[in-house]
Design a protein around this ligand. Structure first.
Ligand code: MSP
Length: 508
């Protein structure tokens, strides 16, 4: 199967927030899972650089906007996937020549199809959202997301006939009940369409920063249109001499936060239909991570938690684990820093880390580091077969949080197995040798399967567990099965996977 996944492209006017890291982490976890299934995958991420805010700030600071974005992108945004250990296949920048060329081609197709007309726009624009607003969108005249008063704008713009796509979009939603997940977001998008669609502006006048409209160089492409097209443009130039659209379009899945649902679930499919492309296969809309005091943890709320700092202190794996474990993926939820510390200590260090330490220590001590297949454990076999099937179901439904719980049930089963079989007792009497062999093999085998199952979430830890058990680093999902641990010797007591952390500041 082909699995092309995209993250939203991030605005570069601020540094990466934990919310941005969340979207990137979730996307990377999903792609790693699909790679385990043997799918042909492609992960795209990148930056959205033509926002008016960027132009304004650069102008204020007297810097050329391209120089300004080059610096921020290199210093912060290319670092984001690296620091959270997301393995993207391409990093797109909307200032790439290949992207700009494609945007112009795309717009020309829509124009030639008669879906664009010229009109005067007079109304309100929120620079924070990069969005035109109606009075009804505002609270006390202010943008509810940014707390700022939108600007009054009057300019000649080109409009896209979104209204003409209402029926086609409704038909699409009817035909494809899993076009948008979770279901309540599908319903939200569908009722927005049902409520009637207004044409929207695809251009902005009076600012040179952006992709020029091909038939009128006085105007630039509206930043959201320019941005959405990245999902397609990237495929045309990510690999020299190859057009990846042949392989990956329309096998596209988009992951995005709930704040940008309408652009993705309504505007984007309409633009694609107009330009003669198939729509993506699926969109998954996730919720927001809320902060300690339930405020949104993001740049606009002024309550920024720096994801790079968290990774420096805890490592990428614990941060990945925490964001997906603490908040049910798809819902809003609290992701407190106390929660990070607690999960690190209780779940990663205790439940998982100690199990690896104890298991390897017992194999070293009682069996001089050797294990070999013994009397098969049918209960464990059943649990592992069920887990493998469950993981596929969970990931198909984007239940990234529930999938961790499924694996954790196995981690708990293994911990109970240690207590119930008490290998230290068995080791006292030679008569129990066979049983001890079986218990130690089962613990090693269960941990090997856990490592494979958790590898999308904990890509650094999984190979360390396999290494401690002297097993090859084979992460294929088939490995979540009983009896795949090869006979080996040389197992030594493993160093703690998640050592105690001394916090450098009280703030974290
Ligand atoms: N540039 C647009 C997207 C264009 S995609 C064609 C944009 N950028 S953004 O940088 O503001 O946000 C990108 C993503 O970060 C969104 O999916 C948004 O939901 C996510 N998050 C930002 N703060 C967040 C939280 N506090 N919690 C979860 N995710 C949030 O929008």
């Amino acid at each position: 199967m082909r699995f092309y996944l995209t993250t939203p492209i991030y605005y570069v006017n601020a540094t990466p927030s934990i919310g941005n890291a969340y979207t990137t982490i979730a996307a990377d976890v999903a792609v790693r899972h699909h790679r385990q299934r043997g799918d042909d995958t492609f992960l795209l991420t990148g930056t959205d650089e033509h926002a008016s805010r960027v132009y304004r700030v650069a102008e204020e600071e007297g810097i050329d906007p391209k120089t300004y974005v080059d610096d921020i992108v290199e210093r912060y945004w290319r670092e984001l996937p690296k620091r959270v250990n997301a393995e993207h296949d391409f990093f797109i920048r909307t200032t790439d020549e290949g992207h700009k060329r494609f945007v112009q081609e795309f717009l020309q197709r829509i124009y030639d199809n008669g879906d664009i007309y010229q009109d005067v726009y007079a109304g309100l624009y929120c620079v924070g959202c990069e969005e035109f607003k109606n009075e009804a969108d505002l609270v006390d005249g202010l943008c509810p997301d940014h707390g700022t008063r939108p600007e009054y704008i009057e300019e000649k713009n080109y409009f896209f006939r979104l209204s003409a796509y209402q029926d086609r979009l409704l038909a699409l939603y009817d035909e494809r009940p899993d076009f948008v997940l979770p279901k309540f977001r599908y319903n939200e998008a569908r009722s927005f369409i049902e409520g009637g669609l207004q044409d929207f502006s695809v251009s902005r006048a009076g600012q040179p920063w952006g992709v020029p409209i091909p038939w009128d160089e006085e105007q630039v492409t509206y930043v959201w249109v320019d941005a959405l097209i990245n999902y397609l443009s990237a495929l045309t130039y990510a690999r020299d001499g190859e057009d990846l659209r042949d392989a990956f379009w329309p096998h596209a899945h988009h992951v995005l936060g709930k704040d940008i649902l309408r652009f993705h679930c309504v505007f984007w499919p309409a633009l694609l239909l107009s330009a003669g492309y198939e729509v993506p296969q699926q969109l998954f809309v996730h919720g927001w991570l809320l902060g300690l005091d339930k405020r949104k943890l993001s740049k606009s709320a002024g309550n920024t938690v720096d994801p790079f700092e968290l990774v420096d202190v805890y490592g990428a794996d614990p941060v990945r684990f925490w964001v997906l474990r603490s908040v049910s993926f798809g819902q809003d939820g609290n992701a407190s820093l106390d929660g990070l510390r607690e999960r690190y200590e209780r779940e990663l260090a205790n439940d998982l880390g100690n199990l690896v330490s104890r298991t390897t220590a017992m194999i070293a001590r009682y069996r001089e580091g050797r294990i070999a297949p013994a009397q098969p454990n049918e209960e464990l076999r059943g649990l592992l077969d069920a887990l493998r099937e469950k993981l596929v179901e969970r990931f198909d439904a984007w239940e990234l949080t529930a999938a961790i719980e499924d694996v954790w049930e196995l981690v708990r089963w293994l911990n109970r197995h240690v207590e119930e079989t008490a290998p230290w007792g068995l080791a006292k009497d030679e008569a129990n040798a066979e049983q001890l062999d079986a218990v130690l093999y089962d613990l090693a085998d269960g941990l090997r399967a856990v490592a494979v199952a958790l590898s999308p979430y904990l890509p650094e830890t999984a190979p360390r567990i396999l290494g401690a058990l002297r097993q090859p680093v084979d992460l294929a999902l088939d490995g979540v099965a009983y009896g795949k641990t090869a006979a080996t010797d040389g197992i030594e007591p493993a160093a703690p996977l998640f050592p105690r952390i001394e916090l450098p500041t009280a703030a974290i």
